[in-house]
Design a protein around this ligand. Sequence first.
Ligand code: F6P
Length: 362
Amino acid sequence: MSKVVAILTGGGDCPGLNAVIRGVVRSAVLQKGWRILGIEDGFDGLVDGPRYRELDLASVRGILPRGGTILGTSNRGNPFQYPREIDGKMALVDVSDEVLRNFRQMGADVLIAVGGDGTLKIARRLNDLGLPVVGVPKTIDNDLRGTDVTFGYNTAVGIVTEALDRLHSTAESHSRVMVVEVMGRDAGWIALESGIAGSADVILIPEIPFDIEKVCLAIRRRNESGSRFSIVVVAEGAFPAGGGKVTQLRAEQNLGVERLGGIGHFVASEIGACLPMETRVVVLGHVQRGGTPSPFDRILSSRFGVKAVELIDREQYGMMVALKGRSVVAVDIASAVGSLNLVDPEGDLLKTAEALGIMMGR
Ligand code: F6P
């Protein structure tokens, strides 16, 4: 049966989004003969408007290696808590009725929501309200449950690893401590895996509140053993034991989304206070999300896009595509959202890092 499929990309952008869009469009058009409508700017495009455009084969030509998303995205557009000005003040209100109305107006049968925890939570609620949804898990943070890995993560780890390789030579030449702050929100995956791949000396992650005295001791011991430089990788959500996360915005500016950042400078100034070494900070920031996806992410994203079309063909709504082992399968969106996939402080990856002599802040 012919279908009209809408697709949106929500939350922060991520390498591989365009590859998913291309996978959906190519398989839906070539295999099924369906129409695809691309919603602009995430759920924002369903609140005001609707704003969308037809996606045909020509419109996805050449986008496989392109970073970002041709549809645009927003990580402010939660229809259940949408910022609206009321009596001259900003407030968060439920506009899900408008979303349902606008979606019907588009004439679409089903929505593919490509996003992380926030986007998929919204998608699930809309599905419960009668808007059929299929989810595709995205995030460089790799913090979603229900899938072994999200697309975008492999690319981010590659970017950070390359940065660590480059920082090694300059840190060694100047006998400096380089503190490298990386993304990941409340999960330490990017810091941990890129730190292992990039031969970091210290890795600080949110799952293990760190002891700065032990960090300083580890760097001092490296100096005494003849290695007069150190590379410290700090996840943006890491925090000292007994302390709190470092954020960039005041609480009233957050509008539901906390902006992490600044822990790298805190760690550097603490190291500078306990050791007579020049300590510098590198904040990799959005470089980790930009640019072309790795071959792994291009393949995973393409598989996810094709699988999403297959789920729609079988009318398996409320489900999300996921990687389990070597297979792409369907899981309930509910099993993926609600709690995060965090690093196990006693898990195999942590043990590997510590066995290699990497100081994990404890
Ligand atoms: O979730 C992806 C991510 O890049 C996080 O690692 C980071 O904390 C956040 O998004 C940054 O979002 P924004 O670009 O909106 O500041």
